[in-house]
Design a protein around this ligand. Structure first.
Ligand SMILES: [Zn+2]
Length: 127
């Protein structure tokens, strides 16, 4: 029984594709999902209060040292209402978010995911 953590948008269209992709491509049985509207934009932004509250949730999820794969996924997606920027900007924000998280939790592997206009998930960065 292995867990991974995912920082995702709250958009109902992206939950299942991202969970299935993580289970298929990594040895995760369960995905702890932390969801905010426009998660990639929040993580790439400058509002430290928002990021602090997300970090608290991450640390709860990581409190399973023997059961956690020690991987955090960060996902952004096409047509995001919470973060209405173009796809290229989303991808740039996912890179920035992954970099920032790696600096904040260096012992954890960070994987950035993009969900396309066809709701296909692809890995765009790994740190
Ligand atoms: Zn969204």
């Amino acid at each position: 029984m292995k867990f991974a953590t995912c920082l995702n948008c709250m958009d109902g269209r992206v939950q299942l594709p991202v969970i299935y992709w993580i289970k298929e491509n990594y040895a995760a049985d369960y995905v702890d999902m932390i969801a905010e509207p426009g998660m990639d934009g929040i993580l790439a932004g400058e509002n430290h209060k928002d990021i602090e509250s997300i970090l608290k949730k991450i640390d709860i999820s990581l409190k399973r040292p023997n059961l956690h794969l020690n991987i955090i996924f960060v996902a952004g997606h096409h047509d995001c209402l919470g973060n209405p920027v173009d796809d290229e900007t989303h991808k740039r924000q996912i890179y920035i978010a992954a970099e920032k998280l790696k600096n904040l939790r260096p012992s954890v592997k960070i994987v950035g995911l993009w969900v396309s206009d066809e709701w296909k998930v692809e890995k765009i960065t790994e740190k």
